[in-house]
Design a binder for this molecule. Structure first.
Ligand code: TTP
Ligand code: MG
Length: 366
């Protein structure tokens, strides 16, 4: 039986700031760009729950957050305290969290700075998995003085959605036999990958919940949104067999680079991608392996949200040309507002990796 857990920390950046500055406790708090008295550019990274009561959310323009704070102040409510982003400090806490998780689960996927999947299949039952999750939550509280919310389910999709159901400090367990019913009443937007545009198209069709969307056939979803429509068809039915993507897989060759400055300069990024592909390919040639089946790239954005995309080739590749071509194809959507980077976030780190390395016996194309 497959059992997957998902941890997502509560108001992560803001919670760390509150923990470390007693004078901030109990106040509405925003971590993000400098509001400059309402004239600031940039966005909210996160807001604590008090500030969320004012309607402030991640990715909102900081000037809007300022306006909402001023509106609250005029009603006699406490104004928001605005703080800059101290990403290095949050990244240290993140490492601490991942280390705690690793002590309780052998396989984990670090999905972002405050979020990870962990494989609980080894526990053998949802009862045992729940006990492990309670222990993890307790250890996190003891060792970091922070809270996180955990979801448990038969796959990554359900675990992630479950972790968001009872925030803060929640634990939501969805058994495999209940997973489909669990999703049905939820808004369509809850399904990861359904963004504002897709949501709008569904709303125009009178579709609001997962249950509504299940009336659409595979063909209808395929026509509407191509291959992703077929994936969505499965997700609406709580089906997801995507594996955990672990950071350090055995038998893979990878290189990554953190830039001096976060950037979205396409020329620079393509050059670095070329360089990383070359470095990986040099190591591949020295490794004695004869081919690679999978090319994976990692992109870490300025806010530490980390995405990986992979392509598994039908026939193993071997040349730098193949590696670089596949890496570039995987990377291009991250420059694109309409695809993987709607907010045009700057990129902090780029990685290229080859996996499923083939030895002599397997056929290799060029
Ligand atoms: P989230 O887990 O999305 O948000 P959160 O932890 O602040 O709040 P919640 O309790 O709802 O989980 O993101 C984790 C951190 O990543 C967040 O504290 C700040 C950062 N972040 C950004 O910088 N920009 C963004 O747009 C988002 C969504 C998050
Ligand atoms: Mg979080």
């Amino acid at each position: 039986m497959r059992i997957i857990g998902h941890l997502d920390m509560d108001a992560f950046f803001a919670a760390i700031e509150e923990r470390d500055n007693p004078r901030l406790q109990g106040k509405p708090l925003v971590v993000g760009a400098d509001p400059k008295g309402g004239k600031g550019r940039g966005v909210v990274s996160t807001a604590n729950y008090k500030a969320r009561e004012y309607g402030i959310r991640s990715a909102l323009p900081i000037s809007t957050a300022w306006r909402l704070s001023e509106a609250a102040r005029s009603k006699g409510l406490p104004p928001v305290v605005f703080l800059g982003v101290d990403i290095e400090r949050y990244a240290e806490v993140s490492e601490q969290l991942m280390a705690i998780l690793r002590k309780h689960a052998a396989h984990i996927e670090e999905a972002s700075i405050d979020e990870a999947y962990f494989d609980l299949s080894f526990t053998g039952s949802y009862e045992q998995a729940t006990i492990v999750c309670k222990t993890i939550k307790r250890k996190i509280k003891e060792q970091t003085k922070l809270t996180g919310s955990v979801g448990v389910g038969p796959n990554k999709l359900i675990a992630k959605i479950a972790s968001d159901r009872q925030k803060p400090d929640g634990l939501t367990v969805v058994l495999e036999e209940n997973a489909e019913i669990f999703l049905e009443p939820l808004p369509i937007r809850t399904i990861p990958g359904v963004g504002p545009k897709t949501e709008k198209r569904f709303h125009e069709m009178g579709i609001r919940t997962v249950k509504d969307a299940k009336n659409l056939s595979q063909e209808a979803l395929n026509t509407m949104m191509g291959k992703w429509g077929l994936e969505l068809y499965e997700k609406l039915r709580a089906r997801d067999n995507s594996p955990l993507v672990e950071q350090w897989e055995p038998k893979s060759i990878g290189e990554q680079e953190t830039f001096e400055r976060d950037t979205l300069d396409p020329v620079f990024l393509r050059k670095r991608l070329r360089f990383l592909s070359e470095e990986v390919h040099k190591r591949f040639l020295r490794s004695g392996f004869k081919g690679f089946r999978t090319v994976t790239i990692t992109v870490r954005f300025e806010d530490f949200v980390t995405r990986t995309r992979s392509k598994t080739l039908k026939v193993p590749g071997a040349t730098l040309k193949t590696l670089h071509f596949e890496a570039l194809k995987l990377f291009m959507p991250f420059l694109d507002r309409r695809e993987e980077n709607p907010q045009q976030k700057f990129i902090r780190l780029l990685g290229v990796r080859i996996e499923k390395l083939a030895s002599n016996k397997q056929p290799v194309s060029s």
